[in-house]
Structures are given as structure tokens and as C-alpha cells.
Design a protein around this ligand. Structure first.
Ligand SMILES: [Zn+2]
Ligand SMILES: [Zn+2]
Length: 292
């Protein structure tokens, strides 16, 4: 290893108790009205650093990359904000567990009521009778409250909603990289994870950090504007229900090969929204048809 990794110096700067406390103090003092500027003495107090020479030394190390000096004191730079967000994201650890709580949905395999729970840094929705897992997604431990099991479904819903909207529309919410969407045909993943087999699965993966999400067709269709509009015009807000609720009645009519074209429709109250989707699950064509 002759060449230094380009991030070595960045992490060397951050790998210090006092500097992490300075970044955390500046971040914690910020609020809905923006990122805070703190005077030297305010940082000293908030970060609990007795020795002002020590604070001067470590502030110097953080300027200009993570902290910038302004008229009124010091504030986080964009890199400093990212560092603060990383500190928050990694807090809590995998030890948080939330006991299963019933959700308003039953198991497609066995009909038993489904439960939501939190373990290993992930929220889950699944069947305790037959072991089928419907939903499984990482959620920061800090977002769930062991005293309030509903916090698991709330956090899962918010996070999956955001990630589906971003990932299936070209952008990774974690690193900002471009995403690519593909149809997932192999079943290995689902068998390995004991997932519920579903007809059509779509994967969006980040070309930069490799983060990926997998969803069924109805979940991806839900993120598309013409689909939202079709339901909205009929008085249904498909976003008012949790993301795992089957608010969309999706039927595949035909799949053409070479090139792959998926023809299907969504039905509501006598009207059909017919859609044609590509091999990357891009909406190529749509048409509203009334029942004859
Ligand atoms: Zn079951
Ligand atoms: Zn990414």
C-alpha cells in the first residue's frame, strides 16, 4: 500500500474525541431556523472543554474543512454538516429492540395477522406464524422508541417512502449518486431472506455507493405521477396509507420479450389506467380506459 487512501486525512482529523464534541455541539445548537454560529466561549461550554488552549488547537484542526470562522464565531461547513449527520446516524447502535406490535394487514401465505418489530438496526413487518417477512429495511435506532412500538411502523413508512421516491427516480438519497433500475428475475434473494415470493420485483441500485432497494410493481407504480393523478382524480390519496398497504390494484396483462415490455393496468371504480413499462420499469405509455 504505497498510495494513501484519499479519505485518510479526513478521518484522521475526525478521529478525535474533542473534535467530535465540537462538531456535535455546533450541530446540536442548530435548529429549524438554520445552522448555528457559536462564539468560542459557547462552544467551550457546550462541548465541556475546560482548557481553552485545547479548544483553540482542535478548532484549528477543524477549520476550514469542517468548521468555518465567521463574524459571530464558528459554524459548520457543508462537510461539517455531513460529519454531524454521520455522527447522528451511527448513534444508538444495533442493541435497540422493539417488541412486535400488530399491524393492519394479514399474511399472504397463511392469513395470520402481521406484526412490526425492530431488531439488528432494521424495521420488519412479517408473519410470526409462518415466518414470512413482507418488509425489512434499515432505520436508524435513534428514530425508534422502545416504549412506543408504533414508532417502528412510522419510521419504516417515512424512510421507505423517501427512498423509493428517490431511488426509483434516479438519485440515491444516501450519497447523491445516480441509480439504475432493473427488473429482478432471479429468486435467490427472496429465498435466502425468506421473503414473500411476488410476481414482479424491481431493483434500484446506486452506481456510486451500491445502496439498493427492491420493491414490487405496485410500490414502484405508486411513486409515479400519472398513477397518483389517476387515483387523485377519483378522490383517493394513495399516499395517505402506509407504504405496505395494497392501495393499488395492479394486474399484469402481458409481457413482451426482446425488448421487454410490461403491459398492465390499475383498476379503480370502473376505470382502468393502462400502462406500458420498459425493462427498466420506465413508464413508456399510459391511457385511461373506462369499462365497457
Ligand atoms: Zn404467515
Ligand atoms: Zn449512493
Amino acid at each position: 500500500m504505497d498510495d494513501e487512501h484519499p479519505s485518510t486525512r479526513t478521518f484522521e482529523v475526525l478521529s478525535n474525541e474533542v473534535r467530535l464534541r465540537i462538531i456535535t455541539a455546533l450541530g446540536d445548537a442548530s435548529g429549524l431556523d438554520g445552522y448555528a454560529t457559536l462564539a468560542f466561549s459557547e462552544i467551550q461550554r457546550a462541548a465541556d472543554i475546560d482548557d481553552s488552549g485545547q479548544l483553540t488547537y482542535h478548532l484549528g484542526k477543524l477549520c476550514d474543512k469542517f468548521v468555518e470562522e465567521t463574524d459571530g464565531g464558528y459554524k459548520l461547513t457543508l462537510a461539517g454538516i455531513r460529519a454531524y449527520q454521520a455522527i447522528l446516524a451511527l448513534q444508538g447502535g444495533p442493541t435497540v429492540e422493539v417488541d412486535p406490535v400488530e399491524v393492519d394487514r394479514s399474511c399472504e401465505e397463511c392469513g395470520a395477522g402481521l406484526f412490526a418489530w425492530y431488531t439488528d438496526g432494521r424495521g420488519h413487518i412479517g408473519c410470526r406464524a409462518c415466518g414470512t417477512i413482507d418488509v425489512q429495511y434499515p432505520v436508524e435506532a435513534a428514530l425508534v422508541d422502545p416504549e412506543n412500538p408504533e414508532s417502528v411502523t412510522d419510521a419504516l413508512d417515512t424512510r421507505i417512502r423517501r427512498d423509493h421516491n428517490a431511488m426509483f427516480h434516479g438519485s440515491c438519497p444516501y450519497c447523491g449518486g445516480a441509480t439504475e433500475t432493473t427488473l429482478k428475475t432471479e429468486s435467490d434473494y427472496w429465498e435466502a431472506a425468506n421473503m414473500n415470493p411476488q410476481e414482479l420485483l424491481i431493483q434500484a441500485a446506486c452506481t456510486r455507493c451500491s445502496w439498493f432497494v427492491i420493491a414490487n410493481a405496485a410500490a414502484v407504480l405508486r411513486t409515479m405521477e400519472p398513477v397518483r393523478a389517476f387515483y387523485a382524480e377519483r378522490g383517493v390519496d394513495i399516499w395517505s396509507e402506509p407504504i405496505w398497504t395494497d392501495v393499488i390494484d395492479w394486474v399484469v396483462d402481458d409481457v413482451e420479450r426482446d425488448p421487454i415490455r410490461i403491459h398492465g393496468h390499475l383498476a379503480f371504480d370502473g376505470d382502468h389506467l393502462r400502462v406500458t413499462l420498459s425493462e427498466t420499469f420506465e413508464l413508456l405509455d399510459q391511457q385511461i380506459v373506462a369499462d365497457a
